[in-house]
Design a protein around this ligand. Structure first.
Ligand code: AMP
Ligand code: GLY
Length: 368
């Protein structure tokens, strides 16, 4: 079978790397891909937003399965577009991906179904959001409702900072239309970890835990990023906590989907905070994490194609994953300046030497 992976990051290189190991795969394509995916398959220079061009590639090349990496593609309805044309694709529809593209929807769903999460208010008017601040404890967390490249969360130390955050998000539209509505929530303290689950519409299968490291620079002194590294397993996710994730998050989530008639096929990746008061869901992502995937897939010993097919066909209980007991750790090396403005096009050397003892996954690179 020929497989197409959508995206150009480290996550997609890890996906292509793992898929390439399956005896079921005859050829791999990646759109748009990077220099790493080019070494394992064929990069297709079609933009992720051009669904018509992508389904043309699928039809022309006889691609039997497409795997979507980025949240933007899911939010824009790539899965709906492919399915309407009869193409097999792994990932949630636009409606199901709403858990990620609308934080308000996710929070209200959690409230409806008793999933533990920070107390919150939601607002479409800046004035109402400001009024809500009067009786809050500080800090509070102000979040843009929509997708904002992982940057739409502002932790405000006091009321003045929270008012400024509302102004920047809702009035100045710092994150564009994503900030038309906001969630203001209670600040939680504790330690964060995340877990991936694959869903087939009816059943779910949990991956081992992973933890990402968000601050740039040594000694946790830098700004927050999408992830400077990860490791798996996550010692925080003890067997007791994993049982709590099943009982308090996954079971009510699956039951909630059923009650509300939402069909979810794909990856669900809840971010969790372990507080003194038990675990709380910070957010739901509806895709593989980046760079979580880079440590999870090297630990998966069984066939990823089989897992994905089982999920698409509603047969997850038939798939038995085998995980490597050994730990994996990923360190991200980025161009100086990241996550702010950084220089592009700088040469990278030493990859062959590094690849002798480590797996090297590319993100946003190009060959020359
Ligand atoms: P989110 O995109 O909602 O996961 O938020 C991004 C990051 O902001 C999280 O990984 C946390 O580090 C932090 N964060 C989000 N919500 C809260 C909260 N209620 N309390 C404390 N920190 C939070
Ligand atoms: N590493 C966090 C994410 O993929 O959202």
């Amino acid at each position: 079978m020929k497989i197409l992976v959508i995206g150009s990051g480290g996550r997609e290189h890890a996906l292509v790397w793992k898929l390439a190991q399956s005896p079921r795969v005859t050829a791999l394509f990646c759109a748009p891909g990077n220099a790493g995916t080019a070494a394992l398959g064929t990069n297709v220079s079609v933009s992720m937003g051009d669904f018509a061009a992508l389904t043309e590639v699928v039809e022309r090349e006889g691609i039997g399965l497409t795997v979507v990496g980025p949240d933007e593609a899911l939010a824009a309805g790539m899965v709906d577009h492919f399915q309407a044309r009869g193409h097999r694709i792994f990932g949630p529809t636009r409606e199901a991906a709403r858990f990620e593209w609308s934080k308000i929807f996710a929070k209200e769903f959690m409230r409806r179904h008793g999933i533990p999460t920070a107390a919150f208010g939601r607002f479409a008017e800046a004035e109402e959001a400001r009024a809500f601040l009067a009786d809050q404890k500080y800090p509070v967390v102000v979040k843009a409702d929509g997708l904002a490249l992982g940057k739409g969360v502002i932790i405000a130390a006091d009321r003045a900072e929270a008012e400024a955050a509302i102004g920047r998000i809702m009035e100045e539209r710092l994150f564009g239309e994503a900030g038309a509505r906001v969630v203001i929530e209670e600040f939680l303290t504790g330690q964060e970890c995340s877990i991936h689950a694959v869903l087939d519409g009816e059943n779910y299968l949990l991956f081992p835990g992973a933890q990402d490291h968000k601050t740039a620079f040594d000694g946790d002194t830098g700004p927050n990023t999408g992830g400077m590294g990860t490791y798996s397993p996550a010692p925080l996710l003890t067997p007791e906590r994993e049982a709590a994730v099943r009982r308090e998050v996954m079971e009510p989530f699956m039951a909630g989907l059923k009650t509300e008639g939402i069909f979810f096929q794909g990856l669900l990746f809840p971010g969790l905070m372990i507080t003194a008061d038990g675990l709380k869901v910070l957010e739901f992502n509806c895709r593989f994490g980046d760079p979580e995937t880079q440590v999870l897939l090297p630990r998966l010993r069984s066939d990823l194609v089989e897992m994905i097919e089982a999920a698409i066909d509603g047969k997850l209980p038939d798939y038995e994953p085998v995980w490597d007991e050994r730990a994996a750790v990923c360190v991200v090396m980025a161009s100086e300046g990241y996550p702010g403005a950084y220089e592009k096009g700088r040469p990278i050397s030493g990859l062959a030497e590094a690849g002798v003892s480590a797996l090297v996954f590319h993100a946003g690179t190009a060959g020359r």
